[in-house]
Design a protein around this ligand. Sequence first.
Ligand SMILES: Cc1cc2nc3c(=O)[nH]c(=O)nc-3n(C[C@H](O)[C@H](O)[C@H](O)COP(=O)(O)O)c2cc1C
Length: 188
Amino acid sequence: MRVAVVWSSPNTDGLTASAKDSFVRGLADAGVQTEEIHLNRKKLEHCRACGNGWGTCNKTGSCVIRDDFEEIYRTLREADGIVWISAVYWSDMTECFKAFFDRLRRCDAAKNHSLAEKRCVLVACAGGTGRGTLECLTQLERGLTHMGMRAYDRISVGRYNREYIVPALEQAGVTYAKALENGFDMYY
Ligand SMILES: Cc1cc2nc3c(=O)[nH]c(=O)nc-3n(C[C@H](O)[C@H](O)[C@H](O)COP(=O)(O)O)c2cc1C
């Protein structure tokens, strides 16, 4: 069983990283092989909306921009499950996360459908007032739905709940691993 953990925050020792580490510990406890993808460390341009706006990706299934996108896309295709973790900026995913996610949706939803039916967990980490986690999770799930992926859970992490939620994410990792293994499924 292989799980890709896609995460974004510029801080490698902040709230988002702690949430990610805890989830990954749970996956490891359950014997899952994990590949972490730290989007802020990758070379990722934003979508150019080329052509008349529909791009060429809706026919070719690949992006014209040559950066780290295709390699990450391949890793996601090969994964049994994907965990998406973002810091909350402006009640949304980070700009870096959005740049990747937009391009992924264009390639996968229109042409490849290679991520359809992947079972995911979504985590939003808000270090400010805590407002915006739900909007961030909603945006993430909307994109996943366009690609035919499914969310097992949507987890909101903030300064108020971090003491009990961050440790609980370890158990969330174990539960997710078991669900993937058992083939637990759900349809929208
Ligand atoms: C540009 C920007 C926008 C932000 N917007 C929000 C927000 O809408 N709600 C919130 O609770 N926190 C917000 N924050 C705080 C981040 O969510 C907080 O820094 C987040 O936990 C990142 O965690 P980390 O940097 O420790 O990983 C924002 C931070 C930045 C830099």
